[in-house]
Design a protein around this ligand. Sequence first.
Ligand code: AMP
Length: 298
Amino acid sequence: MRNASRAARRAGGRLGFVPTMGALHEGHRSLVRAARAASDVVAASIFVNPTQFGPNEDLGKYPRSFERDCELLEREGVDLLFAPGVEEMYPGLADGLADRSVRPTNVGSAVTWVTVEGLSEKLDGRSRPGHFRGVTTVVSKLFHVVEPDAAFFGQKDAAQVAIIRRMVRDLNLAVEIVVCPIVREADGLAMSSRNAYLDPEQRKRALVLHRSLMRVQQLAGTGERSAARLVAAGREEIARESSVRLDYFEIVDAETLDPVEDVSRGALVAVAAYVGSTRLIDNVVLGASDVPATVTPK
Ligand code: AMP
């Protein structure tokens, strides 16, 4: 992979990179298109990264559709695909994965992790301990193998974006991070490979995530600036769907992921909830212009 990407860059090409875990959908496709538009050569990766899954999470059943993914990538003009096996990325890890009830301390025979301290324990990091450490470690490895000029990520995973941006800044990585908007189904559900787990009934219930965000956005649009009141409204909306179990509903600074009290300078509204055993996430960014400067009297 490194030989191929170096050859492409030697030829004067700007290399854009789209890392994925496969089971590709329109969200991934939008990243590829953004990469295509901004690069001479586009590389993608498909790797279901074991180190970002917790002991009791869905690593074993994570959807895989390699042949279809390859066709999609080819159709979209991706030039290079990196699809390593677990052993190639983490020599010796496969044995450590046999017992999924324990969290591996070493990455197979390797002992080096990349951790963005503090940020990695917020939002999804709180309910998925070790998740972001796995993400930043694998993304670092992928960056070192692919050596892209730019890498394309989805706003869908807002905490991941904040953490990767911070890693790139802190480690002086020579890669530009480009963030692309959330792609949704016609009814508002954020596209996700995990939507494949939902049965038709759950698929309907899953819409409550988007609904809760729309309610908060709408309320902010009428002048409500108090994050506490906006969060309460969002949680209330989720609670109406009694079979959906809320993990978190938070309004935070999009860079630090710390809760904000007042949204008038913009904020990230993020939600995670379980629909059945499927954990879904979604978010919306309140821009400063979404919140009127003067509060409308109630
Ligand atoms: P994944 O395969 O789930 O690891 O996702 C690979 C990349 O696609 C990540 O940067 C995600 O944020 C992005 N992505 C996933 N779903 C969407 C979506 N609905 N809209 C935009 N980007 C997405």
